[in-house]
Write a protein that binds this ligand. Structure first.
Ligand SMILES: *Cc1c(COP(=O)(O)O)cnc(C)c1O
Length: 373
């Protein structure tokens, strides 16, 4: 039985309503390899989210984009630098990307209120492993804004580059009101997967203020062809098709209203669910992909989940188990103790959010939660 209220209801821009623009692709005869729709998308993303500063490169998805960014920084590092410092409280793609780039993840803990990487935990690990860390890889948890100035300082202090997993943060404004990432010298990776707030089909964008770095990464995404059909560096195929670029371009129309409406819905949850803990906001405006909450202490998260399922309400366990508890990462990564992550993860529940959701649907969900927790 499909749930009465789904966890997510993907609503990418309807390509069927954009026949004329699909025909433009067909008559251009260009379907990929950095075609005109892709160029238009890169320009519009840069203008919309990054004040026209620096450079954007599209990639087929954020996992490949993270691989490209991590491979680029790994290639620049001496071989003894073989670790990637990242939180255990993130999606599997962050660790997979580091492993594909030849780096071993070391997991740090998170802050108890923002669920962002813990500054003390990161510093402690860098003091211990600093000379062997190739990249600091913070995750902008659930679309939050990281304090990027702190990462610039950390990078200088430990002479280590940064790659930001901002998969869910396209549309997030930092405390100064700029698009999250604007002006940052290192790669910031955003997903435009259909389940993210910026829902297209499958796509991603890498941004950095350092245009040369983004250009190298883009060359890497085209088989490392620094010269015509001549590999001058590591490479793979990470290019975005023209149809996928068009879907992302269409999502730009009215995107600000989508983010604002999702924020209203999120706030409605917050007002209703007083017994649950919400992420402490760090952004001027956060793009909300779904609604992560922590069940009240003492409540049984599995009982809460069962009650939601019985009522036909979709939900998910982001991130339980966290990376250190997943069998592949137990074999391949370094996992110092992460007590805060253990606690947050054990209580984490992600509640429904989608374009077109109503306050009445949220009330239905909250009534179920009130009755059980
Ligand atoms: C969604 C997500 C990714 C992967 O994005 P894709 O575009 O689906 O590859 C990576 N990291 C995090 C934290 C994510 O949430």
């Amino acid at each position: 039985m499909s749930p009465k209220i789904p966890f997510l209801r993907p609503s990418p821009p309807p390509l069927s309503q954009a026949i004329d623009r699909l025909q433009e692709i067909e008559s251009s005869g260009v379907y990929s390899n950095f075609g005109p729709k892709n160029s238009e998308l890169e320009q519009q993303l840069l203008a919309t989210f990054f004040a026209g500063r620096g450079r954007c490169a599209t990639v087929c998805n954020a996992t490949i984009a993270l691989m490209l960014a991590l491979k680029t920084v790994a290639e620049d590092s001496p071989p003894q630098r073989r670790y990637a410092l990242m939180p255990s409280f993130t999606f599997a793609a962050t660790a997979h990307a580091a492993l594909w780039a030849g780096l071993t993840p070391i997991f740090c803990d998170i802050e108890p209120d923002t669920w962002l990487p813990c500054a003390r935990s990161e510093t402690r690990i860098l003091e211990q492993y600093g000379a062997e860390v190739a990249a600091i890889v913070p995750y902008a948890t659930f679309g939050a804004a990281l304090d990027l100035d702190r990462y610039v300082a950390l990078s200088k202090r430990f002479d280590t580059p940064v790659v930001v997993d901002a998969a869910a943060s396209l549309g997030t404004l930092d405390p100064a009101g700029s698009g999250f990432g604007t002006g940052f010298p290192f790669p910031v990776v955003f997903s435009m997967h259909v389940t993210k707030t910026f829902a297209s089909t499958e796509a991603a964008v890498v941004y950095a203020d350092d245009a040369g770095l983004v250009a190298r990464l883009q060359t890497m995404s085209n088989f490392g062809f620094g010269e015509a059909r001549h590999a001058t560096m590591a490479g793979l195929n990470g290019k975005l098709s023209e149809v996928a670029a068009l879907a992302a371009l269409l999502r730009l129309d009215g995107f600000g209203q989508i983010v604002d409406r999702r924020r209203e819905l999120y706030e409605h949850y917050r007002e209703r669910l007083t017994g649950f803990a919400f992420q402490r906001p760090t952004a001027h405006r956060q793009a909300h992909q779904f609604v992560p909450v922590l069940t009240p202490r003492g409540a049984d998260v599995e009982a809460v989940s069962a009650a939601l399922s019985a009522a036909g309400i979709g939900h998910a366990a982001y991130f339980r188990p966290h990376l250190a508890g997943q069998s592949y990462f137990q074999k391949t990564c370094i996992a110092p103790p992460t007590p805060v992550t253990d606690d947050v993860s054990a209580r984490a529940l992600a509640l429904p959010l989608y374009d077109g959701m109503t306050e009445a649907e949220i009330d239905t969900i909250c009534d179920v939660l009130d009755a059980v927790a």
